[in-house]
Design a protein around this ligand. Structure first.
Ligand SMILES: Nc1ncnc2c1ncn2[C@@H]1O[C@H](COP(=O)(O)OP(=O)(O)O)[C@@H](O)[C@H]1O
Ligand SMILES: [Mg+2]
Length: 144
């Protein structure tokens, strides 16, 4: 068994870090390319009564630079194991964006953690992980 392009979803959370480490190990063993992708959700309007467009823009910029910092740290983790990974920040709904990225870039395995940043502690399987397992065209490895 071998995978050529492994995609790992990284949101900076501990479970996603664990998933990243497994993905790094796998790409080392299988000599696969490693793609590390972080998805930033658009601003959720329902949370507030009134907000200025520039506040939304500032919020989204901040979220993007936060994710860029996560990806830089992920790149370092991969590099420590001798893996030169590709990274990308996308905007939208995490599971959807990860699936489109996987389809568009010939990824044949998606690796994620069982939980992420946020979400409910009593959930055994986070919504992003669950949706990927249900709807992705690729095999999904949910790291626990
Ligand atoms: N915004 C995101 N960008 C990239 N990967 C993500 C994102 N959100 C979640 N993931 C991946 O999915 C895994 C499970 O997270 P998720 O299903 O969102 O759980 P939760 O509901 O606890 O937030 C994470 O460990 C990470 O690998
Ligand atoms: Mg989440």
């Amino acid at each position: 068994m071998s995978y050529k392009n492994i995609l790992v979803g990284y949101d900076g959370s501990d479970p996603s870090k664990k998933a990243l480490k497994k993905a790094v190990e796998l790409s080392k063993i299988m000599k696969s390319d490693l793609h590390i992708v972080g998805v930033v959700r658009p601003f959720q309007f329902a949370a507030v009564d009134f907000i200025l467009p520039e506040e939304i823009e500032a919020y989204e910029k901040e979220e993007i630079s936060k994710e860029e910092r996560f990806l830089k740290e992920a790149l370092e983790i991969a590099k420590e194991s001798g893996i030169e990974a590709k990274t990308k920040v996308l905007e939208g709904e995490p599971a959807e964006e990860l699936m489109s990225y996987a389809d568009a870039n010939g990824c044949d395995l998606i690796v994620v953690g069982h939980r992420g940043a946020g979400g409910f502690k009593r959930l055994i399987l986070g919504t992003t992980a669950g949706n990927l397992v249900k709807y992705a065209n690729q095999s999904v490895l949910v790291v626990k």
